[in-house]
Design a binder for this molecule. Structure first.
Ligand code: ADP
Length: 258
């Protein structure tokens, strides 16, 4: 039976270790976290605190030493159907055009060809690339490739977006521009997101909740509810006094860990 109070994603008592010949590294310990249906949760923390490790467990790429992740109450074992991942270095297929990269998940889903075309066109337009449909990835800038990658993830339309520094390699202005587009689209789609970033401002501007992790072994150190109304202007919200206060508090928590 469907339980509407059940979190979309739940992480319980998670411990993750990495083993090498000479040592065992505890990357995460006693991590508890839940993400409600449609909630946007960001995780910030110092480099090496286990943020990527956390996403790898949720996406079924890594087996924890203790505890587990649950999606819709089902324990994650192997890559779940419900997740869509956006990583820092998104591999678009270099031999396919922007259009065909976006169309691919629709084809895999088995949509009729005319619907694939209509939907891929709509998504490319949504990310502002309708004029570039026949370009190949190498003919596009880093920001444009990132837009194609986002459109492709929206085409896949997962229940949960797992995003690991998705705007990482972009310059500051492009990062803001793409973040703004992503937020606008997400506010319409309203799916659950678990978003990893080292950028406190980005985390606050996007999220319903920001989680701060401690230095390794990563634990959840603090949690901040972001009570800023939506839809939000991704850039201008930074001038809101509530934003500034959150930024200060989150930075205080994080700076102790660096
Ligand atoms: P973050 O994403 O917060 O920078 P990671 O999750 O990548 O952190 O890594 C957490 C810790 O685990 C780091 O100290 C890192 O060195 C270690 N680690 C990550 N991957 C491996 C691995 N494959 N083998 C051994 N140690 C690893």
């Amino acid at each position: 039976m469907e339980n509407s109070n059940r979190p979309k994603l739940e992480i319980r008592d998670l411990k993750v270790e990495y083993y090498t010949k000479t040592q065992t590294t505890v990357a995460l310990e006693k991590v508890q976290l839940s993400v409600a249906d449609g909630e946007f949760v960001s995780v910030v923390g110092p480099s090496g605190c286990g943020k990527s490790t956390l996403l790898k467990v949720v996406s079924g790429l890594l087996q924890p030493a203790e505890g587990a992740a649950y999606i819709d109450g089902q324990m994650v074992q192997g890559v779940p159907d419900q997740v869509g991942m956006v990583f820092q270095n998104d591999a678009l297929l270099p031999w396919k055009t922007a259009f065909d990269n976006v169309r691919l998940p629709l084809e895999i889903k088995g949509l009729p060809r005319d619907e694939q075309i209509r939907e891929a066109e709509r998504l490319l337009k949504m990310v502002g690339l309708e004029g570039f449909r026949d370009y190949h990835p190498k003919q596009l800038s880093g920001g444009m490739r990132k837009r194609v990658a986002l459109a492709r993830t929206f085409a896949y339309d997962p229940d949960i977006y797992l995003m690991d520094e998705p705007f990482g390699p972009l310059d500051a202005q492009t990062r803001v521009k793409i973040g703004e587009e992503f937020l606008k689209i997400w506010e319409k789609v309203g799916k659950s997101v678990l978003f990893i970033t080292h950028d406190i401002e980005e985390a606050i501007a996007l999220s319903d909740r920001v989680i701060v992790m401690s230095a390794r072994p990563g634990r959840i150190k603090a949690e901040f509810k972001i009570n800023l109304k939506r839809p939000r202007p991704f850039y201008d919200i930074r001038f809101d006094p509530v934003f500034k206060e959150l930024q200060r508090e989150i930075w205080n928590q994080m700076s102790n860990e660096i």
